[in-house]
Ligand binder design. Structure first.
Ligand code: FAS
Ligand code: PHB
Length: 401
């Protein structure tokens, strides 16, 4: 049995936990991360690909953005493909010059892991049976098992950054938390391949066979998705079957120019909207997917995790630096206002672009009317663009920044 003592114990070494740990370290606040999986497993998960500017700014502040600026792809727009034609949404023109950066979550995680190792910060990987204790008091603890022994982490605060299936939210007494959830009747089948992108920008497709997305990780590595049934299995999809289905959902010229190749990774992700309220329970703070999930259509998941972390890191810096609890007392309220706006945008974009089952056909007609309106109205396109690039921060975090 070993006992570690730290100021902030972080559960989960995904992007939220690692980014929080890096920011706290830069603020001189001790922290320790406990992660259920091994580092290679965490790096092996292929997930998000688009970073909002506020996320890039935070990675700059964390001192981990050198490779991001060297290898990330700045995108000033994307295209909507429907009715056999592509229509560009000019993000920069519609938002006064804002853009997004395409840089895989895997690379963000790798950059954060390397920075943490270089700083010699403690991360316990392959920690089993992680449990949270006494976070309703002033001496919260985490216990975990490793190497045949039970270990304890004593801290002032616990940050629950352990994702949707983690132990942190599950540790909150049922009566103290309320959850909201919407499960979509389809999933995303994603493929990663070392092929050149079919276009230099992302293409979101609404097609009567279902949604498709043409994304990328670099000029030589692509990420594509097609909507698939909720009960579909990745074993049902050969690479050839995936490429054929993707071609069917693209306009003819784009389908013709698609370069295919063997998959490096292929997986199916379910889509859900989920929010847990509140996000603070005494000395326990939930951040990232531990508190909320968005359907990936709007590319908000990773970016919301970063904005939670920003609020929490600034609040803890204020607590330790100025002995003020103002930031931590407002954490949940400030985060949730931004989270619900991102939930709405992600739900709206998902509802607009996907094929919904059991329908008289009216949904497709309403979707087409909205798409025609979107590409024909600067006001409508502006609304879409300002949500896609990321809404501005509010409150203490913005005031401090
Ligand atoms: P994460 O889930 O990334 O990290 C949580 C960490 O906690 C994991 O390493 C996990 O192993 C660990 N953990 C879990 N339980 C634990 C326990 N009991 N004890 C200790 N550690 C524990 N977002 C996009 O923007 N675009 C996308 O295309 C996209 N695709 C996605 C596909 C999938 C399959 C999933 C699940 C999510 C996807 N997301 C996407 C959202 C994703 O990027 C998340 O928003 C992002 O990973 C959030 O980061 P974290 O909050 O750190 O949670
Ligand atoms: C991705 O590249 O994984 C990606 C990009 C944009 C999205 C969702 C996923 O909206």
């Amino acid at each position: 049995m070993t006992i570690h003592r730290t100021q902030v114990a972080i559960v989960g070494a995904g992007p939220a936990g690692l980014l929080l740990g890096q920011l706290l370290h830069r603020y001189g606040i001790d922290n320790l991360i406990v992660e259920r999986q091994g580092a290679d497993y965490v790096l092996g998960r292929i997930r998000a690909g688009v970073l909002e500017q506020t996320t890039v700014d935070l990675l700059d502040e964390a001192g981990v953005s050198r490779r991001l600026h060297a290898e990330g792809l700045v995108h000033d727009g994307y295209e909507l493909c429907f009715g056999g034609a592509r229509h560009r949404i000019d993000l920069a023109a519609l938002t006064g010059g804002k853009h997004v950066t395409v840089y895989g979550q895997t690379e963000v995680t790798r950059d954060l892991m390397e920075a943490r190792a270089a700083a010699g910060l403690p991360t316990v990987y392959e920690a089993k049976n992680v449990a949270l204790h006494d976070f309703d008091g002033t001496a919260p603890r985490i216990t975990y098992e490793r190497d045949g022994a039970t270990h304890t982490v004593e801290a002032d605060f616990i940050a629950g950054c352990d994702g949707y299936h983690g132990a942190s939210r599950a540790s909150v007494p049922e009566g103290a938390i309320r959850t909201y959830e919407k499960i979509y009747p389809f999933g995303w089948l994603g493929i990663l391949a070392d092929t050149p992108p079919v276009s230099h920008e992302l293409i979101y497709t609404n097609h009567d066979r279902g949604f498709a997305l043409c994304s990328m990780r670099s000029p030589t590595r692509t990420r594509y998705y097609v909507q698939c049934p909720l009960d579909d299995k990745v074993e049902n999809w050969s690479d050839a079957a995936f490429w054929d289905e993707l071609r069917r959902r693209l306009d003819p010229a784009t389908a013709e120019s698609l370069v295919t190749g063997p998959s490096i990774e292929k997986s199916i992700a379910p889509l859900r909207s989920f929010v847990a309220e509140p996000m603070r329970f005494g000395r326990l703070f939930l951040a990232g997917d531990a508190a909320h999930i968005v359907p990936p259509t709007g590319a908000k998941g990773l970016n919301l995790a970063a904005s939670d972390v920003r609020h929490l890191a600034y609040a803890l810096r204020e607590f330790y630096g100025e002995r003020s609890a103002a930031g931590i007392d407002r954490y949940s309220e400030v985060c949730l206002r931004r989270i619900w706006k991102a939930e709405r945008f992600s739900w709206w974009f998902t509802s607009l672009m996907h094929k919904f089952p059991d329908d008289s056909g009216i949904t497709a007609k309403l979707q087409r009317a909205e798409l025609d309106y979107l590409v024909g109205s600067r006001a409508a396109a502006t609304t879409m663009a300002e949500n896609y690039v990321g809404l501005p921060f509010e409150g203490a975090a913005a005031a401090v920044a």
